[in-house]
Design a protein around this ligand. Structure first.
Ligand code: MTE
Ligand code: MO
Length: 203
């Protein structure tokens, strides 16, 4: 039995429902760190998030303003395209759709480009970032998100591969039509459903 089959058997032995693990993935207890480039550091008050593009009014929120909004605590399984999955991660944050409601989505908006610090981008359909699970997260397991995992604030969209969840998010741009983000220009799938193994172009 190879590594992946053994890992899947371990998970069954531990009592997990194996259907939670997408095809081609392995379960880990660790929390790997994955990103291109540097980890930004922010002076107090320096970070902000702006909602732009096809909106009635641009909305910009600082960290304290974000934290003052109604929040949710949600527990998700997360799946990285490099094949690790982690179960039962708990995040606190604000539903993206609540932020979009503040900005007022204009008709014709179909997709969102997430813009993070240092130019990382990733594209998602508007419907996928406005579910009751898609959040702008500022805490992980009840603590501030560590800078290496995207702190102070990152996107979490658990039903897509984790590259669709931008760390250090600064701007959400509502768009008419889809366009490839950073990894999507480099061969990664435009949508990225882990249960359909949509890792790369044409999958
Ligand atoms: N800004 C930014 N966000 C990013 C990335 C990145 O390179 N830059 N990498 C993505 C990828 S590929 C993954 S798997 C997750 C990793 O998050 P983690 O380091 O907290 O595990 O962040 C995603 N968000
Ligand atoms: Mo990833």
């Amino acid at each position: 039995m190879g590594f992946f089959d053994r890992n899947r058997q371990d998970l069954i032995d531990k009592g997990y429902d194996p259907s939670r693990l997408p095809p081609g993935q392995y379960l880990t207890d660790r929390f790997p760190v994955l990103h291109v480039g540097d980890v930004p550091t922010y002076a107090p008050g320096q970070w902000s998030l702006t909602i732009t593009g096809l909106v009635e009014r641009e909305v910009t929120l600082g960290l304290d303003e974000l934290k003052a909004l109604p929040s949710v605590d949600l527990t998700f399984d997360i799946h990285c395209v490099t094949k690790w999955s982690k179960f039962d991660t708990t995040w606190t944050g604000v539903l993206v759709r609540d932020l979009f409601e503040m900005a007022g989505v204009r008709s014709g908006a179909t997709h969102v480009m997430e813009h993070a610090e240092f130019g990382y981008t990733t594209n998602v359909p508007l419907a996928d970032i406005t579910t009751d699970q898609a959040i702008i997260a500022y805490a992980f397991e009840g603590e501030e998100i560590e800078p290496i995992h995207g702190g102070p604030v990152r996107v979490v969209i658990p039903h897509l591969y984790f590259w669709k969840s931008a760390k250090w998010v600064r701007r959400l741009e509502l768009r008419a039509g889809d366009a490839p983000g950073f990894w999507e220009q480099n061969g990664y799938n435009m949508y990225g459903d882990p249960f359909k193994e949509q890792r790369y172009w044409g999958e």
